[in-house]
Design a protein around this ligand. Structure first.
Ligand SMILES: [Mg+2]
Length: 114
């Protein structure tokens, strides 16, 4: 997910603070959810036009910051689990290809079992 240099910086940030002890898989999963909610909070109660406007102004840094928080925590979790995120995504895409064949899903946002 992150390139080698950024990943090294992310891990160093954590190591310097001795935060590995707090980063159990369960706590990281919880923190990912909290940060994803903070991302959603940036858009909460805004109309489509207000969201578009927000994303076209310097205030979009709020969105960038929350995306970064989610990615940092996901990176810790993948690292700690020894998980190659590219392999995991390729594997999940294969499953999604079966669930959502193009001929059934093209232009259709319904869930596979609807
Ligand atoms: Mg945050």
């Amino acid at each position: 997910m992150l390139n080698e240099n950024v990943m090294a910086a992310v891990l160093e940030f954590r190591r310097k603070r001795d935060w590995e002890q707090f980063h159990t898989p369960k706590e990281l999963a919880a923190a990912i959810t909290v940060e994803a909610s903070e991302l959603l909070e940036v858009f909460q109660w805004k109309s489509h036009d207000e969201v578009t406007s927000l994303l076209n102004r310097p205030s979009r840094v709020r969105v960038e910051d929350e995306i970064a928080d989610v990615v940092i925590l996901l990176s810790y979790l993948c690292h700690d689990l020894g998980l190659d995120v590219n392999d995991a995504v390729r594997s999940k895409l294969k499953k999604n290809e079966v669930k959502y064949p193009v001929e059934k899903s093209y232009g259709n946002a319904k869930k596979y079992d609807e």
